[in-house]
Design a protein around this ligand. Structure first.
Ligand code: BYC
Ligand code: FE
Ligand code: FE
Length: 474
């Protein structure tokens, strides 16, 4: 049933044989108009009639899965794609490692799997909602196109998860799929599930930090789910990862271009005052990194988690690149953590399985550190004395064992009083957001860029930077 060949004629392009399953097809075709209505209400505002140079997945072959062309976003072909696999799939971790993977949902794992899939699914529309106004203050058509590319692909990721809910979870799954279109980012009555997805992302510094840090949580969670013993979930998340790479590129290079431009403006200004030149100063960039990095750390869940231990033990969720590790049971091993005890930080060993969230967080932090080194090289090459850092994993946390305490960015315990006095120097403030909105005016002329960001080194898919990535007058 699963193949490389994609049915593009179907209303819902897919390589999962929807045409052979009329009942499922009907259910998804019923969900489709609700999805489009949600997209119309909660997707990017006011650009529905503008052709955007988008890539659309049309095949699952690693070379040539995407087709590029100008498309109006509501006409985007959101499809369902599972990575084909040659080899027999096996459970990759936990007590049953090595046994055949499940092609149906085992009864005893039904609730846990549904929860994982719903949680993953919920982040996708949430991010689209958070980013819906950004087109109005895009720094260029190139950036606007990247924003919309990210948006339509997060929409497709929702489709990927809704397919699993519809196909494998019966009535409950269909109900969950409906609920996914009803929750709203930041709505106090019906919020999205995870914290970061209810935070406002209302300017492009936050957008780039979000795609850098929060989409990167997506990469690591998807990679952990790509190791799942539930084969359709593993294959689905594997394909999502190919799209995710672009989102991470947008965030990492977006911040790099801002950093580069800020260094230039610092040099131009007689007093080295970046804001005086209408740019984004390094303290503000640092506060933005601190804010989104820490909200993204929360997305890995608690440091000591019985959920995480169960997910691993039952083979539902592995570690990053579990298949490349030598040992897949993680029994009789421990993980050393810093915990707060009697007002001090002390070390404690916890069973490795209970620390699986922390293990995944470690992989994530390493990847973030790599990006920081890259940005600091940009600063060095620009002759700027500034350097950016990642705050401690204990700083500004809302989930896990550090959430009940206050820490400074270096990870030292501080009093509530100190926090109150200092936090506006450490994380993004309302005044920061107001300043950023004041400098972010739309730039819709091909090849032109806002003053606060450097142009990219190249365009998309071999097109020049000055290509008309979004046709504003068509
Ligand atoms: N906010 O044992 P604990 C992406 C809850 S991003 C609010 O510590 P667990 C994307 C938790 O649900 C990737 N609540 O955590 C990026 C639990 O609730 P209950 C999304 C939180 O279960 C950008 C309680 O706290 N994918 O794709 O081990 C754009 C204690 O739980 C948070 C996934 O998340 C939080 N941050 O791990 C677009 C993968 N953290 O049961 C897309 C699926 C924890 O007490 N999800 N809680 O009501 C999972 O694997 C796990 O649910 C988590 C949490 C890793 C999130
Ligand atoms: Fe996604
Ligand atoms: Fe993403």
């Amino acid at each position: 049933m699963l193949s490389n060949s994609v049915d593009l004629n179907s209303k819902i392009p897919n390589n999962v044989g929807l045409a052979d399953d009329p009942k499922l097809l009907r259910a998804l075709e019923k969900w489709l108009p609700n999805y489009l209505e949600w997209w119309h209400d909660m997707g990017p505002t006011d650009f529905e009639d503008k052709p955007v140079y988008l890539r659309t997945a049309i095949s699952v072959d690693t070379d040539g899965w995407a087709n590029y062309g100008h498309v109006r976003m509501p006409d985007y072909r959101w499809g369902i794609f599972l990575n084909p696999r040659q080899e027999e799939s096996t459970i990759r971790c936990g007590d049953d490692a090595g046994k055949p993977a499940w092609t149906e949902v085992p009864g005893e794992h039904r609730n846990a799997l549904r929860r994982i899939i719903v949680t993953q699914a919920d982040t996708e529309p949430a991010s689209v909602e958070q980013q819906r106004l950004l087109g109005h203050i895009a720094p260029s058509l190139y950036d606007m196109r990247n924003l919309f590319q990210v948006n339509v692909e997060e929409g497709r990721h929702l489709w990927a998860m809704v397919y699993l809910l519809h196909k494998y979870f019966g009535r409950d799954g269909r109900d969950e799929a409906d609920e996914l279109l009803l929750r709203r980012s930041g709505d106090p009555d019906k919020p999205r599930i995870l914290g970061a997805f209810n935070q406002p992302c209302d300017h492009w510094l936050s957008f780039f930090a979000f795609t850098m840090f929060t989409d990167r949580d997506g990469k690591y969670q998807l990679a952990a789910l790509a190791q799942s013993g539930f084969d359709p979930l593993a294959r689905s998340t594997e394909f999502m990862l190919t799209e995710e790479a672009h989102h991470l590129f947008v965030g990492e290079t977006g911040l790099d271009r801002i950093i580069k431009r800020s260094a230039e403006l610092e040099k131009i200004d007689p007093n080295g005052d970046v804001r005086n030149q209408g740019g984004i100063d390094f303290d503000l960039i640092q506060r933005t990194i601190n804010y989104w990095f820490t909200y993204s750390l929360d997305l890995f869940g608690g440091e000591i988690s019985s959920n995480a231990a169960d997910f691993f033990a039952t083979g539902l969720k592995g570690r990053y690149r579990e298949d490349r590790l030598d040992e897949h049971r993680a029994l009789g091993q421990s993980y050393r953590l810093q915990v707060v005890d009697g007002g001090r930080l002390v070390e404690r060993d916890v069973p490795l399985r209970n620390a699986m969230n922390e293990v995944l967080r470690d992989s994530y932090i390493k990847d973030c550190e790599r990006a920081l080194r890259k940005w600091n090289r940009t600063l060095e090459e620009s002759g700027s004395p500034n350097r950016l850092t990642l705050p401690s994993r204990r700083f500004h946390r809302h989930q896990g064992i550090y959430a009940d305490h206050k820490f400074d960015p270096a990870g030292n315990l501080v009093s509530g009083e100190t926090w109150e006095k200092e936090h506006h120097r450490w994380v993004l403030t309302p005044a920061d957001n107001a300043y950023l909105l004041s400098i972010m005016k739309p730039v819709y002329e091909p090849g032109k860029f806002a003053n606060w960001i450097a142009p990219p080194s190249r365009g998309i898919e071999g097109q020049p930077v000055e290509f008309e990535y979004v046709k504003m007058h068509d």
